[in-house]
Ligand binder design. Structure first.
Ligand SMILES: Cc1cc2nc3c(=O)[nH]c(=O)nc-3n(C[C@H](O)[C@H](O)[C@H](O)COP(=O)(O)OP(=O)(O)OC[C@H]3O[C@@H](n4cnc5c(N)ncnc54)[C@H](O)[C@@H]3O)c2cc1C
Length: 331
C-alpha cells in the first residue's frame, strides 16, 4: 500500500471491444496495439470501424501492400469532418485501393482455417480476411484501479470526472490524459500536466477553461489536419462566414514535392474577420495547422495569414491564396 499527499491518475485508454459473436479470441483478431506486434503482413486486412484509428491503419496497411476493407455502420466517411474534405479523403483512399463498406456492422467472426477468418455483416455480406482490426474506439482505462472503493466519480462515458484544474471529486487526487475523457492525444496529456502544475505551483492562470484551440491530424496519406469549426458547425452556431478553398495541386510546393493530392479549406467569420476553422487535407498539413491554430489563439484577423511574406517554395506560402477569401474590405 502506498500513501501520498497527491495522487495523479494517468492510466490512459484501452481499446473498446465490440460485442461480436464468435471467435473474438482468434489469433487473427487484433486491436491497434496488438496488430503492431504482428510480424507478417496480412494479405487481406478487414478493419471494423471507420474512425481515425481505422483510417490510419487502412492507409498504412494499403501502402504496405495489403488488401484492405473498412467496415463502418456510418452511411458516410468521417461524419464529423467537412463534407467536401471527407469526399476527397474517400476518393483518394478508394483510388489507393481501400474498399469501404458503409452502413454495416460486423456481427460475427468465424475461423475459416489457420490463416483466415470470416466476418458476417448486418447487411448480409460476408468478408473473409487474414487479419481483423477492431478499431471501434478507445475508453478510459479505469480497470483494476478500484475506484468503486473510493468517492472518485465517473462521467456518463466512464471517464474520471474532473474540475477545471483536473482535480477529481476527491481532494488532492487528479486525473490527466485519456483517463479523464475528452480528446485523446499525447499533447492533451502533456497540456493536462501544465494545468495541474499551474494549479499546484503556479498562479492559477491556466485551467481547462482557458485552454484554446486544439489542432489534430489524422495521419493517413496524405494527412488530414483540422482545427476549429467545419462549415456545418459554423452554420449551426449561426456564423455568417466566408470560405477559402484551394486544391493542393494549384500550389508550387506540391509540384516540388511531386504530391498534388488534397484540398485545403478555411472558414472566416465575416463580421469579426477572425478564423473559425481550417480543414487541410494534403501533404505537410500537420505542420501548417499549427500556424492556423496560433493565429486563432491570438484572435488575429485572417488577413494576418493572408498577407504574410512566406519563403518560397514552401507549403505555408499557400496561405496567401487560401486566405484570400471574398470578404469586403472595411479599410
Ligand atoms: C493507434 C493509435 C494512434 C495514435 N496516434 C496518435 C497521434 O498520432 N498523435 C497523438 O497525439 N495521439 C495519438 N494517439 C493517442 C495517444 O496515444 C494518447 O492520447 C496518449 O498516449 C494518452 O496519454 P496518457 O498520458 O493519457 O496515457 P498513456 O500514454 O496511454 O499512458 C498510460 C500509462 O499508464 C500505464 N498504466 C495503466 N494502468 C496502470 C496501472 N493500473 N498502474 C500503473 N500504470 C498503469 C500504462 O501502462 C501506460 O504506460 C494514438 C493512439 C492510438 C491507440
Amino acid at each position: 500500500m502506498l500513501t501520498a499527499e497527491h495522487i495523479f491518475i494517468n492510466t490512459g485508454a484501452i481499446s473498446n471491444i465490440p460485442p461480436l459473436k464468435g471467435d473474438l479470441t482468434s489469433n487473427k483478431v487484433y486491436t491497434s496495439t496488438s496488430l503492431m506486434d504482428r510480424k507478417k503482413l496480412p494479405q487481406h486486412l478487414a478493419i471494423i470501424g471507420g474512425g481515425y484509428i481505422g483510417m490510419e491503419f487502412a492507409s498504412m496497411y494499403r501502402t504496405f501492400g495489403a488488401e484492405v476493407t473498412v467496415i463502418t455502420p456510418e452511411e458516410e466517411l468521417l461524419p464529423r469532418e467537412d463534407r467536401e474534405i471527407a469526399a476527397e479523403v474517400q476518393k483518394i483512399m478508394t483510388e489507393k485501393g481501400v474498399r469501404f463498406i458503409f452502413g454495416a456492422r460486423a456481427q460475427e467472426i468465424k475461423e475459416v482455417n489457420e490463416d483466415e477468418v470470416s466476418l458476417s455483416l448486418s447487411n448480409g455480406e460476408t468478408v473473409n480476411a487474414n487479419a481483423v482490426l477492431l478499431a471501434t474506439g478507445r475508453k478510459p482505462n479505469i480497470e483494476h484501479l478500484g475506484l468503486e472503493n473510493t468517492s472518485i466519480e465517473l462521467t456518463e462515458d466512464g471517464a474520471i470526472k474532473v474540475n477545471e484544474h483536473l482535480e477529481t471529486t476527491v481532494r488532492n487526487v487528479w486525473a490527466l490524459g485519456d483517463v479523464k475523457g475528452g480528446m485523446q492525444f499525447t499533447y492533451i496529456s502533456l497540456d493536462d500536466y501544465r494545468i495541474v502544475e499551474n494549479y499546484l505551483f503556479g498562479d492559477l492562470g491556466y485551467s481547462l477553461d482557458s485552454r484554446k484551440n486544439i489542432p489534430y491530424t489524422m495521419f493517413i496519406d496524405p494527412p488530414l489536419s483540422r482545427v476549429g469549426l467545419t462549415a456545418k458547425e459554423a452554420e449551426e452556431k449561426g456564423y455568417e462566414f466566408a470560405e477559402g478553398k484551394m486544391l493542393v495541386a494549384s500550389h508550387p510546393r506540391a509540384h516540388v514535392i511531386n504530391d498534388l493530392r488534397g484540398l485545403f479549406k478555411v472558414f472566416i467569420d465575416k463580421k469579426t474577420k477572425k478564423i473559425l476553422g481550417a480543414s487541410l487535407f494534403g501533404p505537410e498539413s500537420p505542420e501548417l495547422i499549427n500556424l492556423v491554430k496560433l493565429a486563432m489563439d491570438l484572435d488575429a484577423p485572417y488577413t494576418l495569414l493572408r498577407d504574410q511574406i512566406y519563403n518560397h517554395p514552401v507549403m505555408s506560402e499557400s496561405f496567401n491564396t487560401l486566405f484570400n477569401v471574398p470578404i469586403k474590405r472595411t479599410v
